[in-house]
Design a protein around this ligand. Structure first.
Ligand code: FES
Ligand code: FE2
Length: 387
């Protein structure tokens, strides 16, 4: 639609950056344009910490999980010392994707010409390369990625100069660490394919304005109080004592998380961690979304859920948890459908940016963060060019 220089012109975003009740959301082409999407991958996804899973998905040495960040293939593997490592999922010979899905391996063996890498990424076998001049296996190890862990959540970052994960998370952990996350076991990850831009999905999760319309039958209205957020996240608290993980009218939840404390006793926390993670912690469990872009108009949505270990060990766990899964499946299909309709409408050449309600402050927060990331990247570039 525009060239990069034009897309980075601040005048496109002046209305986005106004105070929330004076602002508009992002112009429609920010949700549809290929070039804008490439810019986001370069300046956002490749610069920040991205959630890629939980530690209990790879519990034993050799366990691996192939995944991606905004379409960039990576894999996680637990090495023989019990440490989890992240690597680019591209062979150092001619680039083939090494691992798919999840499983266990003693070594990472490329399916193409059988180069083999140990679980620390060293190239240990490259049969047939004996005659290749000045070829040293030491120079062809896998490309390691920065990986850091918070509360059992695994994050990777492609930028060697980026701040630490804890600096990136800022005050966010202080709001929800009181749910005792390390004691929570991942019980399910459900994958959805949704035909919408990643920001449409995140914005939807960050506003409660749609709840009485879209989730009228399933949830009913929920009043949310915004959390005081600084940094790469925004969130809200729904001050209701009961679990937020059951459908309206459904009773007899699991017992509350025994070790929860502080603000975890005040209600449920809903947190959008930019760019593509959504975390919810409630009285008896937690769930999260990994919003993985697949181009400008498609996402792979992973919805994960976890419960305290003592809940998972209950004899009635499998039976009762079905009601929780039903709640997530229903409300996500409601959100998925409305997000696809929004994507469809916003793709029209007649679509225009709109104004925001008080209950859409989260949309404003997401949009401002995206603009700031894109523009600060371009200001860094011009500084570098001037030096
Ligand atoms: S591309 Fe991996 S061994 Fe050839
Ligand atoms: Fe929703």
């Amino acid at each position: 639609m525009f060239n990069i220089e034009d897309m980075l012109d601040r005048r496109h975003y002046e209305n986005v950056l106004k105070p929330p009740l004076e602002a508009e959301n992002l112009p429609p082409w920010c949700y549809t344009d290929e070039g804008f999407h490439r810019l986001e991958i370069e300046r956002i996804f490749m610069k920040v910490w991205n959630l890629v899973g939980r530690t209990d998905l790879v519990p034993n040495p050799g366990d691996y999980l192939a995944t991606d960040v905004a379409g960039i293939p990576i894999f996680l593997v637990r090495n023989q010392n019990g440490d989890i490592k992240a690597f680019a999922n591209s062979c150092r010979h001619r680039g083939t994707q090494l691992l798919s899905g999840e499983g266990n391996c003693a070594a990472v063996v490329c399916p193409y010409h059988h180069w083999a890498f140990d679980l620390d990424g060293h190239l240990v076998s490259a049969g047939g390369m004996e005659d290749t001049i000045e070829f040293d296996k030491q120079d062809y190890g896998l490309i390691p990625l920065r990986l850091e862990v918070w509360a059992g959540f695994l994050f990777v970052n492609f930028d060697p100069h980026a701040e630490s994960l804890m600096d990136f998370l800022g005050e966010m952990p202080a709001h929800i660490e009181c749910y005792d996350f390390p004691n929570l076991a991942t019980t399910r990850r459900k994958v959805w394919d949704v035909a919408c831009n990643w920001k449409i999905y995140l914005e939807n999760q960050r506003e409660s304005y749609h709840i009485p319309a879209v989730h009228r039958q399933s949830l009913g209205d929920q009043a949310a109080t915004p959390l005081d957020a600084k940094g790469a996240w925004s969130g809200s608290l729904i001050p209701v004592e009961q679990t937020a993980a059951l459908l309206k009218g459904d009773t007899s939840p699991f017992p509350p998380i025994a070790a929860r404390s502080g603000t975890a006793l005040e209600g449920s926390h809903f947190i959008g961690l930019y760019p593509s993670t959504y975390l919810v912690a409630t009285s008896d469990c937690f769930w999260w979304m990994e919003i993985r872009p697949r181009g400008p108009a498609r996402i792979e949505l992973v919805v994960g859920s976890g419960f305290p270990r003592e809940t998972v060990e209950r004899p009635d766990f499998e039976e009762v948890v079905e009601r929780y899964y039903r709640r997530w499946d229903l409300t996500h299909s409601e959100d998925n459908e409305i997000c696809e309709l929004q994507q469809s409408g916003i793709t029209s050449p007649l679509a225009q940016a709109g104004r925001l309600a008080r209950r859409e402050r989260g949309v404003h927060a997401v949009d401002c963060w995206v603009v700031e990331q894109l523009l600060s990247g371009s200001e860094d570039d011009s500084r570098a060019a001037a030096e």
